[in-house]
Design a protein around this ligand. Sequence first.
Ligand SMILES: *Cc1c(COP(=O)(O)O)cnc(C)c1O
Length: 352
Amino acid sequence: MSRFCRREGLEPYVPGEQPKGGILIKLNTNESPFPPSPKALEAASAAAGNLRLYSDPECASVREGLARTYSVSPENVLVSNGSDEALNFAFMAFCSADAPAVFPDITYGFYPVFCRLHSVQYREIPLREDLSIDPDDYIDAPGMVVIANPNAPTGIELPRDAIEKIIRGNRNNVVLIDEAYVDFGGRSCADLIYEYDNLLVIGTFSKSRSLAGARLGFAIGPAELIADLDRIRNSTNPYNVNSVTLACGAAALEDSSYMAECCRTVIKNREYTASRLRDMGFFVPESKANFVFASHPRISGEEVYRKLRERGILVRHFSKERIRDFNRITIGTMEQMEKLISALNDILETVK
Ligand SMILES: *Cc1c(COP(=O)(O)O)cnc(C)c1O
């Protein structure tokens, strides 16, 4: 930190590694193994010709596409530069020095980073022993409740009645549901925004729509909450989404059958991988995401990570005490999963 910087105590989010070489199979950041929709790529290259002009500050094409996709009205949608930006806006809008945030002890690592950035206190609520969320722990919370559903890095889905219980138990707090992984077999609660004025749903094009590098995310919520977020957006960066990404995202929304097909394949590969891992003695909680979370009684998470890496396979290991036995493994193509399984078989042979 330079002697000029006035922001002591920041602990930035550490993204998964984007390796330069030596890695043959990248399963560490939950990207899609499939390319974006060909229609999205075509729209992106057509839009590049207009880069001279500012992008649409209303993000109308994507906003309207999302409104159709989720059967809501455009005033219920905010479009953001990745969903991380929508999350950041929500922490800015709905938390403060005396309005804390509440989330599980094991969840997306960016939530505490936003809290420290904005000097917001936070309370981490331990997951149950089986790594699931107990909705009763979130009733009458002291501030905004943040739940990733399915949760990351566990992949476990919280059933809809539990989500509704949390929303109903927090009439004076915003309940933010981060649905980054919902398209892989989970159920969105975006349709509940007309029933509850405190529900905010966050989504992303990074995973199920294969557009992580385009940086496109969104929030869906009651018009009043969306207007709050829009005021933050217009106070920070009104042209927050670039025009190539907007064109690409709008076309991706049109091509919903392509996305559905990619998700079906990921789900099939996930179920296959999870069951093979369990056959090998791994503990794998039931995942509704595009990754599995796996630990093994005979070998540490760190050693699995390191030995996979030696074999050119990159997965994500977290050093946090409670989950250090685990690795989070992104679901790839069947060919990649077969290589992963055979590498893990090899590795387990060495620790017999
Ligand atoms: C990947 C992820 C995001 C962020 O995705 P963006 O690429 O910023 O849209 C948000 N929440 C969770 C839980 C994620 O795993």
